[in-house]
Structure formats: structure tokens, C-alpha cells
Design a protein around this ligand. Structure first.
Ligand SMILES: C[S@@+](CC[C@H](N)C(=O)[O-])C[C@H]1O[C@@H](n2cnc3c(N)ncnc32)[C@H](O)[C@@H]1O
Length: 280
């Protein structure tokens, strides 16, 4: 019997490889007895890739949090395009995420998934095409990354799992540029609060020699959700929510369920799994 071989991803740079972890977590969720996100495209995409996914160390807690934050981000983008049916959506560091298929916006919405060139090649090869959805090969830390995007419509900027891998100065530059590149809209992303230097070093050491994205964590983060307003006063915080307090917490795996209980008294834990939303 001949087995079809999967897509080779051996030439991905380490930071590009982080896209495999989140997609794998969503694929595991899709196969779980009680899925949170239930995204069948994540499963079929992972099935087409030749990679030792089990080396990524995706625990039940990681699977749960990745699926839940995707669901929280989806809901906010869905609400945005419902109120703004002629909106533009820009998914920064989109990886292989099939958010556009889950949100399923009206045909009047233009959707751009932005990532580094090799990841965009993979996206083009593995994900189905969709009218009004385009994949854009660009590095979001370059000044002109948004040069070809529409600038005259309300815009939802979403980022799932990107900012941890950028430096603070790159994030500040990106946040400042958003309000000159786009006239008005929303910025929504997942966030981990302040991640101390010691935490980052320990994470790197613990994961040395593995494929874990902790190796490439760059951003120390911030505690106060209003902090990005000091980078760009045109950003206004609208919402700070934690996955730890979502209704799904009742069915979290045991360790995570315990963390969600502790998070009620200890805000730094709640911040580790937060979603932040700003308007501009
Ligand atoms: C953890 S993955 C998350 C991918 C996707 N959002 C998801 O939820 O699966 C981080 C992604 O950010 C992308 N990325 C990192 N630096 C980038 C940059 N400067 N410009 C664009 N994308 C970048 C990586 O290639 C990777 O796909």
C-alpha cells in the first residue's frame, strides 16, 4: 500500500513553526469529546502536514486555552462584522488559523490574513480558498506592511498568539502605525499580562531542545491593560476579559480548573489568559 506523504515544513524558521503548535492545539480540540472551538479545518490541516506534532508538548491545558481564546477572539470579530458589514478584517500573524471560515463574515467584508512568506505559502497550499479572503505575505514589523490594504473602511485588527514573539519596540511601532494605516476600528488580541524576565528565562531553559515556542518569547508584556493607550493615545481600552472566567472553566482539565479558581483571588493568573480589546 502507498501512503501519501504530508506537506514538508522542515524549512520553517523557529518563529514560523510556532504556527504549528496553535493549529495542533485546535486540531486536538476538534477531536476532543467535548470540543470548545470544534474547528474541523484545524484537524484536516494538521493531518496534511508531515511533522512530529506530539513533540510540541501540547498538554490538555494548552489545548483548552488555545481553543478557548480562539473562540473568544472569533466572537469579538463576528460581533464587529455584524455591526460593520462593510468592514475589513486583518489577522496579524495568522499562521494556519481558519478564523475566517469560523467567523464566516458576509461577502461584503474583506479579510486579510498576514504572515511571513513561508507560512503564507503553507496557508495557500493547505487552506481552502474563499471569496474576499486573501493571504498577505509581509512582516508586520516593517513600516510598509499594510501598504496594499484598504484604508477607507472600518477595520478589525486581530492577533492570536503573535505579540509574544515580537520585541516591545516592534509592538509599540505597530500599535502606533495602526491608527495611521486604518481610519477607525478595533484591535483585539490575546495577552499574558506581565511576563517577568525570570519566567522567560526559566521557560526557555525548561524547553531547551524542544519545539516549544517558549524558546522564542520576546515580549515582557504589561500588567495594566491601559498601558497600550500610552503608546498610542488613539487606542481606547474597551474590554479586558480572562479565559479563566469563561463558562467553559467549569469543564477545564483539573489543574487548569484549579488555576481558574485561584485566579479569582490572584489577578496575575487571570491576566495570563486574557483577551484585550481596544477601539480607535
Ligand atoms: C503562535 S503563532 C500563531 C498563529 C495563528 N495566529 C494561530 O492562532 O494559529 C505566531 C505566528 O506569528 C507569525 N509571525 C511572527 N513574527 C511575524 C512578523 N514579524 N510578521 C508577521 N507574522 C509574524 C509566525 O510566523 C506565526 O505564524
Amino acid at each position: 500500500m502507498c501512503l501519501a506523504s504530508g506537506m514538508d515544513v522542515g524549512d520553517l524558521e523557529p518563529v514560523e513553526r510556532t504556527a504549528l503548535l496553535t493549529e495542533y492545539a485546535r486540531a486536538l480540540d476538534a477531536s476532543a469529546a467535548r470540543p470548545i472551538l470544534a474547528d474541523p479545518l484545524a484537524r484536516s490541516t494538521v493531518d496534511e502536514i508531515d511533522f512530529p506534532f506530539s513533540d510540541l508538548g501540547v498538554t490538555p491545558s494548552v489545548r483548552t486555552l488555545v481553543a478557548l481564546r480562539a473562540r473568544m477572539l472569533d466572537q469579538r470579530v463576528r460581533d464587529f462584522v455584524t455591526v460593520n458589514p462593510c468592514a475589513v478584517v486583518v489577522d496579524l500573524g495568522a499562521g494556519l488559523n481558519s478564523m475566517v471560515f469560523r467567523v464566516d463574515p458576509p461577502a461584503t467584508v474583506d479579510w486579510f490574513s498576514v504572515d511571513l512568506p513561508r507560512v503564507i505559502q503553507l496557508r495557500n497550499a493547505l487552506l481552502p480558498q474563499r471569496e474576499n479572503a486573501r493571504n498577505l505575505s509581509a512582516s508586520v514589523i516593517e513600516d510598509d506592511w499594510a501598504a496594499t490594504l484598504p484604508r477607507d473602511r472600518s477595520t478589525a485588527i486581530v492577533a492570536d498568539g503573535l505579540f509574544a514573539f515580537l520585541t516591545e519596540s516592534a509592538i509599540v511601532g505597530l500599535f502606533r502605525g495602526l491608527t495611521t494605516n486604518f481610519p477607525s476600528g478595533m484591535l483585539v488580541f490575546n495577552d499574558y499580562g506581565r511576563v517577568g524576565r525570570l519566567n522567560r528565562i526559566t521557560g526557555r531553559l525548561a524547553m531547551r531542545g524542544t519545539n516549544s515556542p517558549h524558546q522564542h518569547w520576546n515580549f515582557a508584556g504589561f500588567k495594566d491593560a491601559r498601558h497600550p493607550e500610552t503608546w498610542n493615545p488613539r487606542l481606547h481600552l474597551n474590554e479586558e476579559v480572562s479565559a479563566m472566567f469563561e463558562p467553559e472553566a467549569a469543564a477545564f482539565p483539573m489543574g487548569l480548573r484549579l488555576a481558574s479558581r485561584v485566579a479569582k483571588r490572584f489577578p496575575p493568573i487571570a491576566r495570563k489568559a486574557r483577551v484585550l480589546r481596544y477601539r480607535f
